[in-house]
Design a protein around this ligand. Structure first.
Ligand code: GAP
Length: 455
């Protein structure tokens, strides 16, 4: 069954997962806030990634670099020259459009390698109309650099700075300091999680393509002769991650970039695409960046960025780059987990079947009634369950309603405290996915939940 983006977006707003940003001012296009539950999911994703790819791997270290880097970085990296899209404006309705997308959707041809004049000509000669107003009144096609620029207070040579469009460059700039300050040996990797900014011409599909987002990136420094073997190893690690966050293997796919479509820095790129409700789209990527970045930074900084083996010739290491978008991870996890189920009694429920590791609320505890010592007993139990992460006390409405509320936000298990609890120290636990209930002793609760949900 195809899942509806409309329903997913509405659930995210209703339950405090993701809100459109700046709503009191009428909204600010294509930017979003993570609400109380969304920020928990985001933190869980980033913590799990950091544990999986940085802490648990001996050959990995992490950094947390700045968003604003020396402006020469972007000359060296090629972003000033190459990080462009072809833009066209409709003079009639002022829509701003990707020129290559206009041509590709009408003529089914690829604009890769065509200059701005050639694309303008194709638009003029092929009766291509503005998809918003239907007119044929376009400006000439021009290149539009996707980096956001900003003015520094300091005037002079470097008064213009750029918000980083990828976290990767902060890692390359710290390569030398990491090598000099740690005991890493080739191959080794530097991981980083942080914000990136892109002035996308056509953002959209909720948090899929936004102007401000987060990336989790690794630059893995290797000897060039080992790149193919290590490329495969990293691609396997990326697929394992997809399964760990609960994506079904039939919903994600490999997509190898054709040589003429590769980014200016890459010799080979494979994406992992996910079946989002709006189509199969890029989730993550793995690129072989060769020695492109370090060599460029050597040239522009006049510093040596070499690896030195004892007795051997110093050389510029090559780089593999596994890259993961945080926001796209969250979107994929929510799309995968979102289910509308018809129950035996004819009623319906919405349930977010997300893996317990990423669930915003780990356990909810309900007193059957708001009296007779049940709230106090529930809070006592809640305290013990805080070891699992965020847990919630919920006494609002009938028990059935409370289950539905927690089904919608993906709480893996709910604990109900009733009069029997006061008699024999037992509670009922109810599983989100199967809806089965089981009575267990409070003394066994932590061990049981650990084993079943949080091991
Ligand atoms: N350092 C390499 C790099 O930045 P990329 O494919 O342009 O490569 C990496 O971006 C990942 O960042 C993508 O796979 C995607 O998950 C995420 N991403 C890129 N642009 C994005 C956008 N506008 N909004 C949300 N996520 C984005």
């Amino acid at each position: 069954m195809t899942k509806s983006m409309e329903k997913i977006v509405s659930l995210c707003k209703r339950r405090g997962i993701i809100f459109p940003s700046s709503e009191i001012y009428g909204g600010f296009a294509n930017s979003y806030s993570y609400g109380p539950l969304g920020s928990e999911i985001k933190k869980n994703v980033k913590d799990l990634w950091w544990k999986n790819f940085v802490r648990d791997r001996e050959e990995m270290v992490g950094i947390d670099g700045p968003i604003l880097l020396h402006p020469k970085t972007w000359e060296a990296s090629g972003h000033l020259e190459n990080f462009n899209d072809q833009l066209v404006d409709c003079k009639n309705c002022r829509a701003r459009l990707r020129a290559d997308h206009l041509v590709e959707s009408k003529l089914k041809i690829d604009c890769e390698g065509l200059d701005d004049d050639a694309v303008s000509k194709l638009i003029a000669e092929n009766d291509i109309k503005c998809p918003k107003c239907g007119e044929k009144n376009f400006t000439p096609v021009r290149k539009f650099n996707l980096m956001f620029s900003t003015e520094m207070a300091k005037t002079g040579e470097h008064s213009q700075a750029f918000l980083r469009p990828e976290t990767a460059q902060a890692i390359f700039l710290d390569y030398k300091n990491v090598v000099d300050s740690t005991r890493v040996k080739l191959p080794f990797g530097i991981g980083q999680i942080g914000k990136a900014f892109r002035n996308e011409i056509t953002p959209g599909n909720f948090i899929f393509r936004v102007i401000e987002f987060e990336q989790m990136e690794i630059e893995y420094f290797i000897r060039p002769e080992n790149w193919e073997k290590l490329f495969e190893k990293w691609f396997d690690a990326m697929k394992n991650w997809c399964e760990e966050i609960g994506l079904s293997p039939e919903n994600f796919h490999e997509y190898e970039h054709a040589p003429e479509k590769l980014s200016h820095y890459s010799k080979r790129t494979i994406d992992i695409e996910y079946d989002f409700p709006f189509g199969k789209k890029e989730l993550y990527g793995l690129a072989y960046r060769t020695d492109f970045d370090l060599t460029q930074h050597e040239k522009f900084s006049n510093q040596k960025l070499r690896w030195r083996d004892e007795g051997g010739e110093p050389f510029v290491p090559h780089v593999l780059e596994p890259t993961f978008g945080v926001d796209r991870t969250i979107l994929a996890v929510i799309c995968e987990g979102f289910c509308e189920e018809k129950l035996e009694d004819g009623s319906e429920r919405v349930v977010l079947k997300i893996v317990p590791k990423l669930a915003p609320v780990k356990v909810a505890v309900f007193p059957l009634m708001k009296k007779d010592g049940l709230p106090e007993k529930s809070r006592e139990i809640l305290e013990k369950l805080k070891i699992f992460g965020l847990v919630q006390y919920d006494d609002g409405g009938a028990i059935g309603k409370r289950y539905r509320r927690h089904d919608e936000i993906g709480t893996p298990v709910c604990v109900t405290v009733d009069y029997e609890t006061l008699e024999n120290e037992s509670v009922t636990i109810r599983d989100r996915d199967t809806m089965t209930q089981e009575r267990i002793k409070i003394s066994e609760l932590v061990a049981k939940l650990s084993e079943k949900y949080f091991s």
